[in-house]
Each structure stands twice: as C-alpha cells, then as structure tokens.
Design a protein around this ligand. Structure first.
Ligand SMILES: Cc1cc2nc3c(=O)[nH]c(=O)nc-3n(C[C@H](O)[C@H](O)[C@H](O)COP(=O)(O)OP(=O)(O)OC[C@H]3O[C@@H](n4cnc5c(N)ncnc54)[C@H](O)[C@@H]3O)c2cc1C
Length: 369
C-alpha cells in the first residue's frame, strides 16, 4: 500500500460511503463510483439494528461490539442527522423453549461483558407502557443497542467527501478493475480511470469485480425482506428495537423498530433470516402479528418493499483487505455492515493511508479463500 493516496471506492452503500468518508478525512483524494443511487443495495433494505446480540465466534462478537461503541463518535464526526437512535432492545420469549434459549443467551452475553440482563414484565411495561404483553417466559434487555437510517448515513458521508474535495460519481457502473506496476485501473462506461488504490465495496457485485482481476471472493445468495409502513405516530417510547419469540405463534419470531421519520420496520426470524416473500400478504401478516403486542399497528397498511440481498461471504465472516495478487485493491464485503461500518471504515482507511495492518482484522483477510 502507498500512503498519500488517490483512491477509487466502488459502491455507494454504507460500507463504501463510510470508508470513503474516513479516507477523505485522512487526506486521501477520493472518488466514489456508484452504479445507481446511493443506498440502492443492501443498505437500503436493511433493518439497520446496531447490535452484537447473536454474533459468533467470540472474536466476531467483539468486533461488532467494538463497532457499536464507535457509532457515537462516527455521528459526531459526520455532524449531520443520521437517524441514530439508542435505547436498547428487549427480546421477550413467550414459550419455554425459546425462553430457555434466551436465558442462555443472557448468560453468555454477560460473561462476554455485553450489557444485558433479564427483566420482568413489570420492568418491560415501565419501559414501554403502551405494549400489550402476554404472560411471557423471559425477557432480555440489551440496553446499549440502537438503530440508524443507512440512507441518511450514506448521504452524510457523501456530503462530507465532497466538502473534503472528493468526487461522487452516481450512475457510474464499474465494469472491471486491474492492477499493474503503474497503479490501479478502473474501467467505467468505456473510460479507464487511474488510481493508486481501489476499494471494492460493491456488495453482492463485489465477487464479479474481484473476478475481473483474478481474485476469488465466494459469496452465498442471502435474500431478506423488511416490511415497512408509512410514517405513523410513535410506537415505542424508549426502546430502539423490540423482538418477540413466540414458539406458539403463527410467526415464530419478529423484530420491530420505528425510525426517526415514523416509518415502522418489521422483519421475521433473526437478522439473518432468509426469505424471498415480498408479497403484500406476507407484509400484512407481519404487521398483524406485531399488532398483537403494539396496538397502534392495528389496521396499518404496508408499503411494498422488494426483497433485498445481503452481501454474504461464504463463511459468513467479513472480508477485509488485499491479496498478494493485487496489493492495492482492497476488498470490503460483509453482513452486519450497518453495525460494522464505523469500525471497518475507520480501520480500513487507516490501513490504506498509513500503510499498516490492524491486528483485529487479521481473521478476515481475503487470502483465506
Ligand atoms: C433484509 C436485511 C436486513 C438486514 N439487517 C441488518 C441489521 O439489522 N443490522 C446490520 O448491521 N446489518 C443488517 N443487514 C446487513 C447490512 O444491511 C449490509 O451488511 C450492509 O448494508 C452492506 O453494505 P455495503 O455497502 O457493503 O453493500 P450495499 O449496501 O449493497 O452497497 C453496495 C453498493 O455498490 C453499488 N454497486 C454494485 N456494483 C457496482 C459496480 N459495478 N459499480 C459501481 N457501483 C456498484 C450498489 O449499487 C450499491 O449501492 C441487513 C441486510 C438485509 C438485506
């Protein structure tokens, strides 16, 4: 890696935009290539829950936890409204099977030093008095978690990149990248652009771009759907996320949150749950299920959101860094990219500009494939 760099960042999702922002803060000349509009990939489909609740192994949990702690500083450095809301998550389990599992989760999280405890129905009602809560087996409160609006984060990063003297090229697809002794060439719309370094943060399209310079980046297809509503009055007073585990319900698990603009988002299963069902029937059934606990959701109609695709490395762990074949092409591919953006962006920018290797990223190098 060279320092004092002229960098191309391919992808205007949360990972590309935040990395380009930190690069520009460190003095790099940055050009962002985005094939469509900002946030048109996974970042625009995300539930955007900032958490390390169910992340394994321990080192990956720690990486996510470290990044959660960086969100506040990231927000202050951007100095713009990014829809960041803290308040924590409560997961409550109605049946004993998921309740026992929740007990074990809290036990593990506490041992790992993650803010978490079991709470009673009375305590949950103190946090959220308007909830309709049935008898439950157990509830876990993880109070350091939050959520954010990825579209706002990306726009804030792009604004700051331009203020720092960088370029943002929208509707500019990159078709291929290559590297030789003279630097990195980025081919976009028939034109070759020369840079010292390129960062590939093109989400699910990153594997194809890596193939163009002969590097393997195996991914799994991981579709997901987050149901949205129009803006409605506040449904949760203090929590940022509510999760319900209901082994006996029609839908086993749902997670709900409301963003700063009043839009409610509901997902089924865990954050990694895979589905392609973006039908209005599915959306209505999720809203109905959530309305059993949050009465303000009764008779609310969904806004139809098409299925989104998570960038998902084949071993589900982040891919961060270069390969010997192309030492100046830096790849960033990951799930949980919303949680991880502040850490990954800051550390990747530091590795690129300072020509250093950050030890906590060593498990995630692309050379493992
Ligand atoms: C349903 C769902 C729920 C999720 N929930 C959570 C959650 O609760 N918490 C969490 O932390 N994470 C969550 N995630 C994961 C998280 O959203 C992603 O990890 C993150 O958005 C990835 O960001 P990215 O910038 O890497 O990719 P993307 O957002 O996909 O951005 C890639 C960008 O590159 C552009 N691009 C692609 N090819 C090219 C090209 N050839 N040239 C130029 N530009 C190109 C695309 O248009 C896109 O804008 C969820 C994801 C989904 C789909």
């Amino acid at each position: 890696m060279k320092s004092s760099v002229n960098v191309a960042v391919i992808g205007g999702g949360i990972i590309g935009a935040s990395t380009a922002f930190y690069l520009s803060q460190l003095g790099s000349k940055v050009t962002v290539f985005e094939k469509d509009e900002p946030a048109s990939g996974a970042s625009g489909h995300s539930f955007a829950w900032i958490n390390a609740f169910n992340k394994f192994p321990r080192s990956y949990h720690d990486l996510n936890h470290d990044s959660m702690e960086r969100w506040g500083r990231f927000e202050r450095t951007l100095n713009q409204d990014i829809g960041l809301k803290w308040g924590g998550n409560v997961t409550f389990a109605i049946d004993s099977k998921s309740g026992d599992k929740l007990y074990q989760d809290v036990n593990r999280l506490q041992k790992w030093g993650y803010p978490s405890r079991l709470i009673t129905q009375k305590e949950l009602l103190e946090l959220e008095p308007s909830l309709e809560i049935p008898e439950f087996h157990s509830a876990a409160y993880t109070w350091s978690e939050g959520h954010v609006m990825p579209g706002k984060v990306i726009q804030a990063c792009l604004n700051r990149i331009v203020e720092n003297g960088g370029n943002v090229m929208l509707h500019s697809p990159v078709d291929a990248i290559s590297e030789d002794g003279s630097g990195v060439s980025v081919l976009s719309e028939g034109q070759v652009h020369k840079f010292d370094v390129a960062v590939v943060a093109a989400g699910i399209n990153s594997s194809k771009l890596c193939e163009s310079y002969g590097v393997k980046l195996p991914q799994r297809v991981s579709p997901g759907v987050v149901v949205k509503t129009n803006s409605i009055p506040q449904i949760l007073r203090s929590l940022s996320v509510l999760q319900i585990l209901n082994g006996a319900g029609r839908i086993e698990q749902i997670h709900v949150r409301q963003d700063a603009d009043g839009v409610v988002m509901i997902g089924t299963g865990s954050q990694e749950h895979e589905t392609t069902d973006d039908s209005p029937e599915h959306a209505n059934s999720l809203i109905e299920e959530a309305a059993r606990y949050i009465t303000r959701l009764k008779n609310v109609s969904p806004v139809i959101v098409p299925v989104g695709f998570r960038p998902m490395p084949i071993d589900e762990l982040p891919v961060i860094g270069c390969t010997p074949k192309a030492p100046n092409i830096y790849v960033l591919l990951m799930h949980s990219g919303v949680t991880l953006a502040p850490l990954v962006a800051e550390l990747a920018a530091m590795e690129i500009v300072e020509n250093t290797e950050v030890e906590i990223l060593s498990n995630y190098r692309p050379t493992r494939f």
